[in-house]
Design a protein around this ligand. Structure first.
Ligand SMILES: *Cc1c(COP(=O)(O)O)cnc(C)c1O
Length: 426
């Protein structure tokens, strides 16, 4: 019998993977806490929460128990004309946790669809209210997903290049990183002079895929204030920042101004089931109420509000709000901070950034090609040391599950220190 990797290699096409040059995938047979067990006996420390989703560790017994109970009770039901207990309870609990202006929950099944829903809600809001607004604003380096609407509001990059002529036009703002705030505020002011701006979508405080790029709450508050003064709908994409990543429940908790629409996925189910949520204010929702069917929000997915996914999110929320998890988030933030101060002045480090449980190190990049080379070496170096770290270009980041112990964090930091030496010697 061939192993998983070899059987996979003959028939499967992997995401974000150049299949011709990629190494064989690693077959994982079991997960527990922050650890993943491979079929060849190797054990890996999941320092990236399996693409930023897994917040409570793998195969958590409490979540497993709740999922098993739900699947025996009700597996799935059409969500138009029908409802069920997990969907109702999850909406109730989320609304208690979200900013007070959020009043309605719309379900879908991943981060990209949560963004599509937000964009379509915003566009149709203006259509329904008979206002000719169609322009969308986004950050130039943002990432909002891989479907066409989400790609349109994302950075024009190697990811979107083949599709660029199919993407709708967007007014881009630079990311207001420290030092660039005034410039970006001025850019927005120019765009807002056009009176047909429908919406502004943003990753609050932390742009993940751009390379864990961070900016301050004060400037985002100003951007939101300006949008609100011009009746522009604001959309916070908290797909990655949601559920504790930034040290608070949601990144928007750092702000004075609240967005009109919010998007969630990734940590929502603890990274166990695919589920997306788009929440909105009463004003957005009410613009779709009418005796005329034309104003209906015609959007839905087969697995909208799947009961097992909702029950998983409920179990994850139980764990998330418990004191243990909240303490772990603070503990990891403190450990990161300590390590950051130790290495910040290392000669190969250009910048060291941190927001809550997310730590990012940007290396002094020489030639881009050089870094393409070293990226693969660093990834392999981490794997050889039993840690999963996926560099984003010349940036290494840590985004661990909240159950990751201090000993495990020390192991991750040690591997990163090894990487610094590797780069310095290159
Ligand atoms: C990952 C991500 C998405 C897309 O979510 P998927 O579930 O992968 O479709 C959207 N926005 C942000 C900020 C993300 O990090």
């Amino acid at each position: 019998m061939k192993n998983l990797a070899t059987r996979d290699h003959d028939i499967i096409w992997h995401p974000y993977t150049q299949m011709q040059t990629a190494a064989l995938p690693i077959g994982i047979v079991r997960g527990e806490g922050s650890l993943l067990y491979a079929e060849d006996g190797a054990v890996y420390l999941d320092a990236v929460s399996s693409w930023w989703v897994n917040i409570h560790g793998h195969s958590h017994p409490y979540i497993a128990e709740k999922v098993a109970a739900q699947i025996k009770e009700l597996d799935h039901v059409i969500f138009a004309g029908f409802t069920h207990q997990p969907a109702v309870e999850l909406a109730e609990k989320l609304l208690l946790l979200l900013p007070q202006n959020q009043k309605r929950i719309f379900y879908s099944d991943n981060g990209s669809t949560a963004v599509e829903v937000a964009l379509k809600m915003s566009i149709q809001f203006w259509e329904n209210t008979g206002t000719a607004k169609r322009r969308i604003i986004a950050f130039r380096d943002s990432y909002h997903g891989d479907t066409f609407g989400a790609m349109s509001v994302s950075s024009r990059s190697a990811f979107t290049q083949p599709f660029v002529q199919y993407l709708f036009e967007v007014d881009f703002l630079d990311v207001p990183v420290p030092g660039k705030e005034e410039l970006v505020l001025a850019q927005l002011e120019v765009i807002l002079k056009k009176d047909d701006v429908a919406a502004f979508i943003f990753e609050p405080l932390l742009l993940g895929t751009a390379g864990m790029v961070m900016y301050e709450p004060a400037v985002l508050d100003k951007l939101l204030e300006m949008c609100q003064q011009h009746q522009v709908i604001t959309i916070a994409d908290e797909v990655m920042t949601g559920f504790g990543r930034t040290g608070k429940n949601f990144a928007t908790e750092f702000l004075k101004n609240q967005p009109d629409i919010m998007c969630f996925s990734k940590g929502l189910t603890g990274g166990v089931m695919a589920l997306g949520v788009t929440s909105c204010t009463a004003a957005i929702y009410e613009a779709f109420l009418s005796d005329s069917p034309a104003k209906t929000f015609f959007h839905g997915h087969s697995f909208t509000a799947n009961p097992i996914a909702c029950a998983t999110a409920l179990a994850s929320l139980d764990l998330f709000v418990a004191a243990t998890c909240q303490q772990n988030i603070q503990r990891i933030s403190q450990q990161h901070e300590h390590f950051r101060t130790q290495i910040a002045h290392h000669s190969v480090i250009k910048e060291c950034r941190q927001l809550g449980t997310v730590l990012a190190l940007e290396f002094n990049a020489g030639e881009t090609s050089y870094f393409n080379n070293i990226r693969q070496k660093l990834y392999q170096f981490a794997l050889d040391n039993q840690v999963i770290l996926r560099p984003l270009g010349n940036i290494i980041y840590v985004m661990p599950p909240y159950c990751t112990t201090n000993e495990q964090l020390a192991q991750i930091y040690q591997v990163i220190s090894g990487m610094l030496t590797l780069i310095a010697e290159n």
